[in-house]
Design a protein around this ligand. Structure first.
Ligand code: ME8
Length: 524
């Protein structure tokens, strides 16, 4: 892992209220950011809001307010969500901020100057809801309907500025060939390669039919297409590449290690964005990672069905189960791979009970209770020096580190859980409560409980990015929280708890009696 890393979420549209999808992507980025920071990397984690475009203009008009007022209102709502979910983003960018708009204009001037952007006429199949054009082939594949809203694609033509995407076909293919992990998961990469084989057409990047956007420099009446404006957020936030804007000392974070996006916006990130960067002579991101979708009780979530898991619904879960349980469900049961995940109250409840109550909660509580009972809450010494644990733990930690680096959050979570399950197994096999009956076993008992405590502490370190609140409670109970500056090398190692360390009993995850009843969301 590099000494610094940059991870981004998509910037969310302000014409919509935050829902599980936004909370999901931001939460998985947060887990990665926390884990990667813990490993000693300087992480810049960016999220924000996408505030321009005809959809925002229309939603604002429908409410009789200005687009800026709508953007302000909903951007505030998105920022409130970050606070509620304890997300550790380094910055929040809004595309209506001058630091963004002036740099977007500077980038467009460069693109015009280099010939990558030109004025021309375009005709194609347009998805009005998504503000996206499709090629003839793709439109046919889609049955001339929007894959998102199901509404018919319309034939549209405009005189516009175009980005010469076609000129980058070879360089893009070469990049994919040279960097097999550029787009992940592999299923999504193949999908992009397939679509690229259909041919790349130049992309209109300005609009003249509305005004809520960044004015195209030196082209009165043209505003920058919202997608081009939006993609550039990833570099404007770092103050990158523009001569007219003073740098903000963040340029060294580029290129991004991970752009995490939903699969529906992968084309923009995996094809148009790298081509734009090539045109701007900037390095391309290392990995664009596209997760799949949450669906709700077996049904696609959609605005028209009104079944989005919205903030009030999410808050019922965080109030009942706690924020960490929410994060755990997002990270371990979510659509991080190529298939969609069903959000379901019963499944949430079972995951909470099995993983958190019965394992993450129960194991440390057992260990703490026995150290309390047999050693007065003070960690006894271990004459066996950990037995096989130090090497087993080192193996698990390495696996966790590799999984995290690869954005395999599920794999990383399993490494931590496995350690706790192994502790449970050791307790079940060695039966310390029986050993305790005979003083002749005192040394063996001390070793077992010392080893259990060491592993529990270590598992807590590996769990903390997922469960920041409970992870901290666990660390407090098992030896106290190390200084924020404690190097990863010592935190990741078996056996750092010294004999004599106070160990407290903890009850991290109280049982919840029954699942939350699924309340059908009220139609929007
Ligand atoms: O597309 N399951 O913004 P957006 C999981 N502004 N994730 C979901 C989801 C679901 N059911 N629904 C949405 C935009 N998401 C543009 C992006 S980036 C330069 C511009 C998540 O508000 C997922 O990350 O529609 C998806 O890509 C994103 O929300 C779309 O958010």
């Amino acid at each position: 892992m590099n000494s610094r890393a940059y991870i981004t979420t998509p910037i969310y549209y302000v014409n919509d209220r935050p829902h599980i999808g936004h909370a999901y992507t931001t939460t998985i980025c947060d887990i990665w950011a926390r884990a990667t920071r813990a490993m000693g990397t300087d992480v810049f984690f960016l999220t924000g809001t996408d505030e321009h475009g005809v959809k925002v203009e229309k939603s604002a008009a429908a409410r009789g307010i200005s687009p800026q007022a709508l953007a302000d209102e909903n951007a505030a709502e998105f920022q409130r969500v970050l606070a509620t979910f304890a997300l550790t983003n380094s910055d929040f960018i809004r595309t209506t901020e001058p630091r963004h708009t002036t740099q977007v204009q500077a980038f467009l001037r460069k693109l015009v100057a280099s010939g990558a952007v030109y004025l021309g006429t375009f005709e194609g199949w347009y998805d009005e809801g998504q503000e996206e054009y499709h090629t003839e082939n793709r439109a046919r594949e889609l049955n001339y309907k929007s894959p998102i809203s199901g509404k018919p694609l319309v034939r549209a033509s405009e005189q516009n500025y175009y980005f010469r995407l076609s000129a980058f076909a070879d360089r893009l293919s070469q990049h994919y060939a040279d960097h097999p992990g550029f787009v992940r998961p592999a299923e999504r990469c193949n999908e992009m390669l397939g679509r690229m084989r259909d041919g790349l057409q130049d992309v209109p990047i300005t609009r003249t039919n509305f005004s809520w956007g960044i004015p195209m420099p030196d082209a009165p009446g043209h505003v920058v297409y919202v997608w081009i404006d939006a993609l550039l957020n990833y570099v404007t936030a770092l103050g990158l590449g523009s001569d007219d804007v003073s740098t903000n000392g963040r340029a060294h974070y580029w290129p991004a290690q991970y752009h995490i996006v939903g699969k529906e916006i992968l084309w923009f990130h995996a094809v148009i964005w790298p081509a734009l960067l090539m045109a701007l002579e900037l390095p391309v991101p290392r990995c664009v990672y596209a997760h799949s979708f949450w669906i709700a009780d077996g049904q696609k979530m959609s605005k028209s069905l009104g079944n989005f898991i919205d903030l009030p619904t999410i808050e019922r879960y965080t109030t009942t189960y706690g924020l960490d349980a929410w994060r755990w469900y997002m990270a371990t049961q979510g659509p991080i791979a190529a298939t969609d995940s069903d959000f379901n109250a019963k499944h949430f409840h079972e995951t909470h009970t099995n993983d958190l109550v019965n394992t993450v909660g129960n194991c440390p509580s057992r260990v703490g209770a026995m150290i309390g009972k047999y050693f007065g809450g003070i960690l006894p010494g271990d004459a066996e020096q950990g037995g096989s644990w130090p090497s087993r733990c080192a193996g698990s930690v390495e696996k966790w580190e590799r999984a995290m680096a690869a954005f395999d959050l599920v794999g990383a979570s399993r490494c931590a859980m496995d350690l706790l399950r192994q502790v449970d197994a050791m307790i079940n096999e060695t039966e310390p409560f029986k050993l305790a009956k005979d003083p002749a076993n005192a040394a063996r008992l001390a070793s077992i409980l010392n080893q259990c405590a060491q592993v529990v502490r270590l598992a807590g370190v590996l769990l903390e990015p997922f469960l920041p609140i409970k992870g901290r409670e666990l660390a407090m109970a098992f030896g106290g929280v190390p200084d924020a500056g404690t190097p990863w090398d010592s935190r990741r190692t078996y056996g750092v708890l010294a004999e004599g360390t106070p160990i407290a009993k903890v009850a991290l995850f109280p049982r919840v009696d029954r699942p939350i009843e699924s309340v059908p969301a009220t139609p929007a």
